[in-house]
Design a protein around this ligand. Structure first.
Ligand code: ASP
Length: 313
């Protein structure tokens, strides 16, 4: 049998058992199962890794618990400005969008940018013009409204600080990056990666994180690996995290395991960058590594059982 596999994340951060209710935990677990299944069934039917990562990320974008698409955090102006990217490891073609509002599925827009725009990265209002031209679904502001995210924004909106997806000072002290991402290997031996986020609560001045930056938050190359990151974007951009892992494999002949662990648990820690990533290679090796307390994550290889985890374990 030819190997096929998929891994997803729904963000990393201070995710502690002690601050999670059983209901919330169940909701996240089910969402991760359903999201991985959306991509897995494409792979199982012989579909491409690109289609699979897009499907899993779209599922999480449509699910309000994650900081992407429908659950995106509020900006300083009380809006939603989303970032997303996708990359095909077979061709090294990539598409990305940043600062996009009202598009239902930013990762789908990233895919269409890759395939139809002749460019890699489009931004803001003009990216929306392109999305309209391509007849992509849009949603009104109310669709993106979420009570919990609104409260997070109210806590910091009068300050100069921007905040990671969730820093609930009053109740749990939880700090979480809710970005979503997927990496996959299909039966043809091709790998792909996709990432989508609302970025950081109270962000302003058009702040863009690592998620739409090819090489920082997302990268895929059949020769090495496919990577999707979540964490404090500024550090991930400066450390060029996703491409660094690919380079360590290509130029230093490190294994996927060693490259991911070195970058996340050594380099990023020394650098001060909190977060994690998921990665896969063409031999169906999967890594889900983080230097924070937890990371919403799931993976499934061939016909094995789906694995879902939240905490360090
Ligand atoms: N990496 C994202 C950003 O900096 C945040 C996250 O992972 O939740 O925009």
């Amino acid at each position: 049998m030819k190997n096929f596999a998929i891994a997803i994340h729904g963000g990393a951060g201070t995710i502690l058992r002690s601050s999670m209710t059983p209901e919330k935990e169940q909701q996240y677990t089910k969402a991760l199962y359903d999201a991985i299944n959306a991509g897995y069934k494409i792979l199982e039917a012989g579909g491409s890794s690109l289609d699979a990562v897009e499907a899993s990320v779209m599922f999480m974008e449509n699910f309000p618990l994650f900081n992407a698409g429908r659950g995106a955090v509020f900006t300083h102006k009380g809006m939603h400005e989303m970032d997303a990217s996708i990359m095909d490891g077979a061709t090294l073609e990539a598409g990305a969008v940043c600062g996009i509002s009202n598009v239902q599925n930013p990762v789908h827009l990233a895919r269409v940018i890759k395939e139809k725009s002749g460019h890699v990265l489009l931004s803001g209002g003009e990216a929306a013009v392109f999305a309209k031209k391509m007849k992509l679904p849009f949603q009104p502001d109310e669709y993106f409204f979420n009570d919990e995210r609104y409260k997070q924004w109210q806590d910091v909106k009068d300050s100069d600080t921007y905040q990671l997806d969730h820093t609930d000072k009053t109740e749990t002290g939880e700090k979480k990056f809710g970005t979503v991402g997927a990496v996959a290997l299909d039966m043809n031996g091709n790998i792909a990666a996709a990432t989508s986020t609302g970025g950081m609560t109270n962000k302003r001045f058009g702040r863009v994180g690592d998620s739409p930056i090819i090489g920082a938050g997302t990268y895929a190359n059949n020769k090495t690996c496919a990577v999707s990151c979540t964490g404090h974007g500024e550090f991930f951009i400066r450390a060029v995290v996703a491409y660094d892992i690919s380079c360590l494999m290509e130029y230093k002949e490190m294994s996927l395991h060693d490259a991911c662990n070195y970058v996340v648990k050594d380099k990023l820690v020394k650098f001060g960058g909190e977060g994690g990533l998921i990665a896969i290679d063409a031999n169906a090796n999967i890594e889900l590594v983080f230097n924070s307390d937890g990371m919403y994550r799931a993976w499934k290889k061939n016909n094995d059982e789906t694995q879902v985890r939240i905490y360090e374990d």
